[in-house]
Ligand binder design. Structure first.
Ligand code: UT7
Length: 328
């Protein structure tokens, strides 16, 4: 329903940047004690993208953003906000969002969001309110990661799973409501399951600790996601005024194909629902995974304009966010 005081918001365009270099499980196994079979069985991952040095995080985010703007038919000068979700950028003072805005050629306000793997869906939730509240006509929401910058390549608990890339949506005013209310939350008491260790303060006090790297208790996060995310998915559908059975497409955070399968089972989704499986080829790109997976589904024709998609982000914090969108 259109309400003059609350204009409708919708996703208008999608963009992606995938690193040039595709890395096989065998290549990763040269760095850790593992096998291609173990990695595929436990995570579903067959390949992932690892960025070269010249594929900087702002280069990837700006490229994804430019594609999203072009597909939306929106000029960067029309943006009322640039939101960039990331947990791996090494320059949090000269923020990634301002670097991306500059790369796009806009002086729009720019804000970083860090809710790790849920960050992109947090950004969509904020973008929706900015548009509906009349603060911005168009908002760029990107997720961009160089996870390889914060991974210990010799850590067999993380190096096979995480990867690099960027994805972006343009959110804007629309005749029809195409972006549902966000359902989000956090559980910081369980956050120790995924941390940077040592943290930067500890490392500055004692460089002998070695550089900060992602430390993950994978099984704990797996269990949390598989058990706690299906009710979040249901709540996001309810908030959008639909039943889970009404969705055409599910795009969960691309953490692990087995987590996706557990969520499909818990929700009782029929085979007719298209489910993103980009983790198989792209690995876990944290905040970039949902726009990257959405982009692949659209590019391959597995999802179509007008399809109703449920986006479900979850990860470090622990934090989560979900919403229903109509694909552009
Ligand atoms: O992005 C958001 C946050 N992250 C996630 O959502 C990731 C969630 N977790 C996961 O995806 C999974 O927990 C992993 C894929 C990371 C690990 O799979 P798992 O089935 O939970 O394995 P596990 O950690 O319970 O380890 C099982 C066994 C252990 O050996 P024992 O104790 O059974 O003898 C590990 O030592 O596998 C061993 N192991 C490995 N073996 C070969 C652990 N890592 C590896 C490895 N290669 N890379």
């Amino acid at each position: 329903m259109t309400d003059a005081s609350h204009p409708n918001a919708a996703v208008l365009g999608v963009g992606a940047y995938r690193p040039r270099r595709t890395v096989s499980n065998d290549e990763v196994c040269a760095l850790i004690d593992s096998t291609d079979e173990w990695i595929q069985t436990r995570s579903g991952i067959v390949t992932r993208g690892w960025a070269d040095d010249d594929e900087t995080i702002e280069l990837m985010a700006t490229a994804a953003a430019n594609e999203a703007l072009a597909s939306a038919g929106i000029d960067a000068g029309s943006l009322g906000m640039v939101l960039v979700a990331s947990c791996s950028d090494g320059q949090p003072v000269w923020t990634l969002s301002t670097r991306v805005a500059a790369g796009l050629g806009t002086l729009a306000p720019a804000l970083e969001i860090n809710a790790t793997c849920a960050g992109f869906c947090y950004g969509l939730g904020i973008a929706r309110d900015l548009v509906r509240g009349g603060t911005a006509d168009y908002v760029l929401v990107a997720g961009a990661e160089r996870m390889t910058d914060i991974i210990d390549m010799a850590d067999r608990g993380t190096s096979f799973i995480f990867a690099d890339g960027a994805g972006a949506f343009v959110v804007g005013r629309s005749e029809h409501e195409g972006l549902g209310p966000v359902v989000w939350g956090s559980d910081g008491d369980r956050g120790e399951a995924l941390t940077l260790a040592p943290d930067w303060t500890e490392y500055r006090k004692d460089p002998g600790l070695g550089p900060p790297s992602v430390s993950m208790q994978g099984r704990r996060i797996f269990k949390w996601a598989a058990e706690q995310m299906p009710p979040v998915a249901e709540a996001a559908c309810k908030a959008a005024g639909i039943a889970v059975g009404d969705i055409d497409v599910l795009v969960p955070h691309q953490a692990n194909q087995r987590i996706t399968e557990a969520i499909i089972r818990a929700l009782g989704l029929p085979d007719s629902v298209v489910v993103a499986d980009d983790v198989i080829r792209s690995g876990n790109t944290s905040s970039a995974s949902i726009p990257l997976a959405t982009h692949r589904l659209l590019a391959e024709g597995r999802a179509r304009s007008g399809d109703v998609a449920l986006l479900l982000g979850f990860g470090g914090g622990l934090a989560y966010a979900a919403q229903v969108v109509t694909l552009p």
